[in-house]
Design a protein around this ligand. Structure first.
Ligand SMILES: [Zn+2]
Length: 393
């Protein structure tokens, strides 16, 4: 018994790799990252776009919003694991550009979850409307891109919402025509204002597609993680919800969609909305409330996209990824470079269950005969030894 315990504790200590849960991903949502984007994208501070120091004064259609789109493209292109599209529609004076980043699902690539926000604005700053949603999408992309999911996640930033939901409408119609299997559209618009201290937010929903079930999934994600991840929010369901944001074009096509935002239903929404006498700036937002809203969006998205917990062992820059975790019948292994590595699967008692070598970029190991439980995968090569905890379902 002593021996086993000793071995077990050694394995824990030398667990250099990592494997994550939805709760871990929620914890990664960073108010520092969000605040930086809020400041840069609402023009509170300058930023560098395409090598030039610039201030994004506004995102008004056909003025500074091309600069805004360039900023978004640059941010998303800097994230590995995403395919980024500059979706220019109806080119010309009345055209616009949606910025779309896709993270392909590992198991069901045709199952699509969209997390989205409009990035255009009616005037300068316009922090709550809608840098709040835009920064949320970028933060989700930054974190989620580091993991593997069963389903595809599309991070979408819509143009021309303020002049008629044009960008989202363009996308929703094309997606419908193409028969895209969009399972849910999480639209975030104005999610950072809270003044009456109750931390309520709205989920605007209608009985279209599986939107009501989607609303239930969001509430369930909140209930699951509110204590463990300190998400201090209370949901108001608004049904029938407002059609005045980018989820509406998706409803029009019969897709499941909701709006996640501050509590308009109880009157606790920014007084600066489209108001030239009260400027919608970061200083009017409640950043703790906003942070919790983004954590909730993460809880929902990571759950529904099917966190296929990827485990990564980093050998001084060479990454060996193993997935899915939990394992089912096959353990897949992907190396960023070819590196001759020995692999041992060890059970929780320290017993060596399997021994093999990996010498290709892509490998898979049949683990169907392993019984359910916790295992340690020991990887050893010229750069060292890493041990990763894996679960067999
Ligand atoms: Zn808006």
């Amino acid at each position: 018994m002593m021996k086993k315990l000793f071995l077990f504790s050694c394995l824990i200590i030398f667990n250099y790799g990592f494997s994550q849960t939805v709760s871990d991903l929620i914890n990664e949502v960073s108010l520092t990252e969000l605040t930086l984007t809020l400041n840069e994208f609402s023009g509170e501070q300058s930023t560098v776009v395409n090598g030039n120091t610039v201030t994004i004064l506004n995102r008004v259609s056909n003025t500074d919003n091309n600069l805004a789109a360039e900023y978004l493209l640059q941010k998303l292109n800097a994230i590995s694991g995403l395919t980024v599209t500059d979706d220019v529609y109806s080119p010309g004076a009345n055209g616009g550009r949606n910025v779309i980043a896709t993270q392909i699902g590992q198991t069901n690539p045709n199952n699509i979850y969209i997390v989205c926000a409009h990035y255009d604005s009616v005037g300068n700053y316009s922090s709550d409307d809608n840098v709040s949603g835009t920064a949320a999408v970028l933060e989700l992309a930054r974190i989620l891109s580091q993991y593997n999911f069963d389903n595809t996640i599309i991070f979408a930033l819509w143009d021309q919402e303020e002049i008629g939901l044009i960008g989202a409408n363009n996308y929703a119609e094309a997606a419908s025509a193409a028969g895209d299997n969009i399972l849910a559209v999480l639209n975030m618009d104005m999610m950072g204002y809270e003044n009456d201290g109750d931390n309520e937010f709205d989920i605007d929903v209608r009985d279209i597609g599986n939107s009501l079930a989607m609303k239930d999934d969001i509430i369930s994600a909140l209930n699951t993680y509110k204590v463990s991840n300190d998400i201090n929010l209370t949901a108001n369901v608004v049904n029938p919800g407002t059609p005045q944001s980018d989820h509406k074009p998706f409803w029009d096509e019969g897709f499941s969609a909701v709006l996640l935002g501050e509590a308009w239903s109880t009157g606790d929404r920014t007084p600066c909305w489209h108001n030239q006498n009260c400027i919608d700036r970061i200083s009017t937002m409640d950043l703790d409330y906003y942070h919790d809203m983004v954590k909730l969006a993460m809880a929902y998205t990571a759950t529904k996209a099917g966190l296929n917990a990827l485990s990564v062992a980093d050998f001084d820059g060479i990454e060996i990824k193993m997935f899915p975790n939990p394992m089912k019948n096959t353990l897949k292994i992907k190396s960023s470079e070819i590196i001759e590595t020995s692999l041992n699967i060890v059970d929780i008692n320290g017993k060596n269950i399997r021994e093999t070598r990996i010498s290709n970029i892509d490998e898979s190991i049949d683990v169907s005969e392993l019984s359910s439980g916790i295992y340690f995968v020991k990887l050893k090569n010229q750069r060292g030894e890493r041990i990763i905890k894996m679960v067999k379902e």
